[in-house]
Design a protein around this ligand. Sequence first.
Ligand code: GDP
Length: 295
Amino acid sequence: MFNNLSDKLDKALHTLKGHGKITEVNVAETLKEVRRALLDADVNFKIAKEFTKKVQTQALGQDVLTTLNPGQLMIKLVKDELTVLMGGETVGVNLAGSPTIILMSGLQGSGKTTFSGKLANFLKTKKSKEVLLVGCDVYRPAAINQLQVVGAQIGVEVYAEVDNNNPVEISKNAVKYAKANGKNVVIIDTAGRLAVDEEMMKEISEIHKTIQPQETLFVVDAMTGQDAVNTAKAFNDILNFDGVVLTKLDGDTRGGAALSIKSVVNKPIKFIGTGEKMDALDVFHPDRMADRILG
Ligand code: GDP
């Protein structure tokens, strides 16, 4: 995960490590390399520029020039700023509500169905919740089958209405069913399209208004870099979602999405997906991710 970014940041900061004393020029040069590493990782230009400016201000404010070990201090400053960039605090999923309704949004192929299963599994095994998975993709019968396979795998009931092609009604009925059957959490998997389109937005926005979920999560493939950020913005404008799920972080992603999304939509990354299996889900901790990036 983020190997390339890690290597480049390590190289950028390495030059300072050997110095007992450094100059303002050393700091500026190092930060230029840091900025380059961020840009290579597909972080937006403005965000990368602001990032290095903040680190520079702090470095000079904390007397980095006279400290005994300037390299270590710079690493700490960059690490702290990376943590802030990725959201600072860990933000969990809101489980208030009886039942708690969680709505999934995102493009087709982003990993919504897989993540719905992973989250159901997580809430069942780690939080002892009775979960109901709901299939609302009425356009692709294969999507409902996929959810049923996932449900069977983790032992979670799946609600679907094969003859109903109205996802708003299905989601409403599913919540009723959950209430009548003692479920604590309802996870609604919705239909995605290959790109943002008006009809998809209208549909998910209607479901959102009707069922008023406690938690609306936006699921996005981290491999799509800057596009991930643009898609997040489009969905957030319509749904004002509560959190982001970054999937496919097990792949060779450059990291730009993880580093930019919080700044652009100001919503926390709550979970990351690190594989296709049902247990490949991690709660997102910005500080631990920053530690990992800086090795
Ligand atoms: P949906 O169309 O948004 O419901 O997406 P799916 O859940 O069907 O996922 C699309 C593809 O991505 C499937 O082949 C999944 O197995 C795969 N996938 C989902 N999440 C992850 C992940 O975290 N890592 C990897 N490597 N693959 C994933």
